[in-house]
Design a protein around this ligand. Sequence first.
Ligand code: ANZ
Length: 974
Amino acid sequence: MSQTISSAAAGAAGSAAETTAPHRYTAALAADIEARWQDFWDANGTYEAPNPSGDLAGDAELAARPKKYVMDMFPYPSGAGLHVGHPLGYIATDVHARYQRMTGHNVLHTLGFDAFGLPAEQYAVQTGTHPRTSTEANMANMRKQLRRLGLGHDQRRSVATIDPEFYRWTQWIFVQIFNSWYDPEADRARPIDELVAQFASGERPTPDGRAWAELDATERADLLSEYRLAYASDAPVNWAPGLGTVLANEEVTADGRSERGNFPVFKAKLRQWNMRITAYADRLLNDLDGLDWPEAIKLQQRNWIGRSEGARVDFPVHSAAGTGGESAGAEHITVFTTRQDTLFGATYMVLAPEHELVASIVPAAWPEGTRDAWTGGHATPAEAVAAYRAQAAAKSDVERQAEAKDKTGVFTGAFATNPVSGEPVPVFIADYVLMGYGTGAIMAVPAHDSRDFAFARAFELPMRCVVEPTDGRGTDPAEWDEAFSSYEAKLVNSANELISLDGLGVAEAKARITPWLTERGIGRGTVNYRLRDWLFSRQRYWGEPFPIVYDEDGVAHSLPESMLPLELPEVEDYSPRTFDPDDADTEPETPLSRNEDWVNVTLDLGDGPRAYRRETNTMPNWAGSCWYELRYLDPRNDQKLVDPDVERYWMGPREGVPTGGVDLYVGGAEHAVLHLLYARFWSKVLFDLGYISSAEPFHKLFNQGMIQAFVYRDSRGIAVPAAEVEERDGAFYYQGEKVSRVLGKMGKSLKNAVTPDEICAEYGADTLRLYEMAMGPLDVSRPWDTRAVVGQFRLIQRLWRNVVDEATGQVTVVDAEPDEDTLRALHKAIDGVRHDLDGLRFNTAIAKITELNNHLTKSGGAVPRSVAEALVLMIAPLAPHVAEELWHLLGHTESVVHRDFPVADPAYVVDETVTCVVQIKGKVKARLEVSPSITQEELEKAALGDERVVAALAGAGVRKVIVRAPKLVNIVPA
Ligand code: ANZ
């Protein structure tokens, strides 16, 4: 059997053509119905959600209803268009939103485009087509595809991040972030002017104690840069000369090359914009608790933020014994540890190779006590260190952290003193210690840390057991095969004249030693985060220009609101300049920098016309998605980002939701951290500055599964067109040759993409919608099967037949009372479907609707009007076009979209019961009312537990119980 659409359809839509019934629901009729109702909705603004005020205020009755804000993660307008996997989430939110409309809510649902990004830029580089031209064409195509699905979006609210009227506000938010600092005492962002006032009044001293007035402009700018929430700094970044651009860590492979193009990536210090997201680490962590998000996503955010409580401990550095003491440059090395309880077990130290102290502690010659294994075969410590540093620089952080690999490193020639044991500890450099985490220096406790253990074994370093093993291996690490790590065990070998940790548990020992270290000034408790500030600039064309100019002194100034938007200028060449891929000493040259007229400007920023140079980086394509949920609310406001009343109405705090946010946000789990963390961060800044009332953007998050598809490969492993594969006796053939089949992603490159357009043409959008929703629970991935789509088409056909005579087109319903059975079936369905649509369980909702519809089909005869209408209303969120049509045929003149969803009568919802007879030795002793679906076990338990039965047995044991659920239980006493 072939996989093609047309052959699958032949069994369904095709057979319709063979019959002569002129009013049958066929693909052609579906197309007609769907086009008509889509036009009707557009013409009537059916999905327009009124705001409580402002220029989108409309229908006052609707605006007075409780609101629901339902949102999708908006798409990038790809040139490939949509395949059937893309709209899964869009259909789901649409069904849910429609259900909310029918249960009395004012529902905001729309969809925009995240339209800056690399593919359009690369296409521009290759073809010379302006990225705007190709992006707009792609958006138009996707809009058409989405409209065909009958999605109930408020089109007035659709935005694209590339619209100057949109990015004007992206730039405006950047300016607000730039002009703010984080006040740890108030625990919120505040305007930078308030910090300047503190410096000016002397309330806050400057670092070198000079008066603010004495600092020149550059010094002031540099000082404020330490505080601003958006700041430029010479940060070490991933520079790929072969691509001409800086990359995010996520874009660098484990072996230090660019994911795109496989070019070498170097750590280079370049001036880049950063966002001080680290200031928000604790709030981003704590506010997760109140969010209705999947636990897995919350966990990923927690891990990404990576809060560790520990201590910083100072180890005094002393001159290398016996060499004349030339290494006295540094006074101490500060380590970060989460296991300060194991301090007595620290027998050596490690600095990251790049650590700035390294140079100052290296002595001229190897000191006494240096083992051969420590020197790497080099004649002097300086040589050894230089060689090792060069080796480490060539590796990525991921490589350096790889757990399994052999530990490498070299002795610096310096010793420090363990501050509690008083013993000298050699100081190494090794690449398993990273510069970017903690202090870039560790105390190594080889007995209790597996990486330190491996290193100590390789370098013949001493180990000291300070946590007593509970697995019987003894306390001599020389006899161990691995480190002993446990939080449940007790401390040993951990005492000096002043403090003893012996006998304490790990937590107690930490609680004891941290204040002890603090009192003596050799340590302090600290919290460390894995989260880094967010590298925010890109050397690209197709992104938002920074609203920043530099004066002659290189001081950055933000543009005033009146100069926004700062539009992207035209350029000749969209590509960043690339260099010899191996030449690390190059620097990026951005496309915008080549437009000298645009770059060099004279502006009056309040102190008369002066010459400035514009920032020529652009923002990363995360920027627009950090705040788009706010712009949907008030897309045409040209005075404000969003009107505060409008924002409060749609997103503000409410009962049970103290931090506010969108009611439902649906998208893929791949956005667990970056997008969702960045958006949360921007929300918090805007909240702190008083622009919005919601401290969180998305209150409830739901991750939809993926639509998978079979991938067929020939003997060379190359994907062949899935639509042309034939199945014979369980094997698969392409052009006569046997091919293999596995489940994978759907996409053009795997030659298995099915487009919604094809399915809509063969069956209609309502069938596609039903099929995608019926495939399985929304959060589970499911395989696409074109042949199965017809099942949902038949459901609509049967529904149609229950209302319309296929021969005459006449409505066949009757104004009669439904019978008892039908009433039960109806109200049970209503009750279940309500719960399911509310809880995003669309597949089970469809099962219940199907069951009711089948009940009507089986009953034969005309369907009572009240049942037919309820059924049409119930299916309306799922299959809105056919529902509108039937509703109209049933004599209603208004759209079904805002009609009330049916309400179940509880009297018909409760399960019927049956009477079960309980006999002892054949004599009836009790009658029980039980559910018809009761299990044998449940029934036996109920019978034996019944007090009449217990009394009749009078303590006699039971020899045998015969159960015939649900009607009979026969007990044979012992
Ligand atoms: C002594 C110790 C003993 C440690 C022990 C662990 C176990 P988390 O929890 O991920 O924050 N560390 C500190 N800075 C480091 C760096 N820059 N590069 C590599 N490793 C570093 O991990 C904190 C632990 O990781 C710290 O606690 C330190 O080793 C190591 F039985 O100190 B520990």
